[in-house]
Design a protein around this ligand. Structure first.
Ligand code: ZN
Length: 248
């Protein structure tokens, strides 16, 4: 099976469209799409992103911390000022149906040898796997050989060696498939569709092919200016719009 894996769309419809078109243009032909949470928050198109997801022939979606904050399942005060402003704005925008959709998404799923969570196996929603030490703490909690996470907005692969249990980080090369060893275990982050933070403003996503055990990270440019203009029109914090240009 081939899975299109994406995360942290963050209400950026232009970036989401670019990813879906790029996957089509590359003829990736996924059997399913896995979205690892944070469909909304930060960006100007919360309803449109939920509805685009719903319009796909198949998808699996998880809850993220911004989704939960919008639903008041997490305390919005724990977010920084601009993130909080965007969450409060998003609450005023989402239709009751789309709020119900977000509310119905689980915080973890196990499918086809993969554990899917937004944050980490230790704390589904909230923990950032941002270095090898945190990854090493989480490997013992893996219930499947491969764990797919989002939340940091940085594409990354952590590998646990089957023999030594040593954990190392591999920065994925874009467009280059990495064959996963069946004996090792992996924590893989596809990066963010709508708000990349690795210094590359292009939207990020991945493809996992369970038949060939290959993971590929892809990047696709999108019209950042278009998203920024809608953010300004919505009155969202200017610094959230600006950071899209830098991928930070
Ligand atoms: Zn996020």
């Amino acid at each position: 099976m081939r899975y299109l894996v994406l995360s942290d769309i963050h209400a950026n419809l232009t970036a989401f469209h670019a990813v879906l078109s790029d996957a089509d243009a590359r003829r990736l032909h996924p059997d399913d799409l896995w979205c690892l949470g944070d469909v909304v928050g930060y960006g100007p198109d919360p309803n449109e992103c939920v509805e685009r997801l719903l319009s796909l022939p198949c998808y699996t979606c998880l809850a993220g911390n911004h989704d939960w904050a919008v639903l008041d399942k997490l305390n919005v005060e724990t977010f920084n000022d601009s993130a909080m402003a965007a969450i409060l704005w998003t609450r005023t925008q989402l239709t009751p149906d789309n709020l119900r959709f977000l509310d119905a998404q689980p915080s973890r799923k196990e499918i086809d040898g993969c554990l899917l969570v937004h944050g980490s196996p230790r704390h589904d929603i909230w923990e950032y796997i941002s270095d090898t030490e945190i990854a090493a703490d989480n490997f013992p909690l893996l219930t499947q050989p491969v764990c797919l996470v989002g939340h940091t907005h940085v594409p990354m692969i952590y590998v646990e060696d089957a023999r030594t249990r040593a954990v190392r980080a591999v920065h994925p090369e874009h467009d280059v498939p990495l064959t996963l060893k069946r004996t090792n275990r992996y924590i893989i982050n596809p990066g963010s569709v709508g708000q990349p933070r690795d210094g590359d403003p292009r939207a990020a996503y991945g493809l996992y092919d369970t038949d060939t055990a290959q993971w590929t990270t892809y990047r696709v440019p999108y019209n950042v200016r278009e998203t920024q203009m809608r953010m300004h029109a919505a009155g969202l914090p200017p610094k959230l719009a600006l950071r899209l240009e830098y991928g930070r």
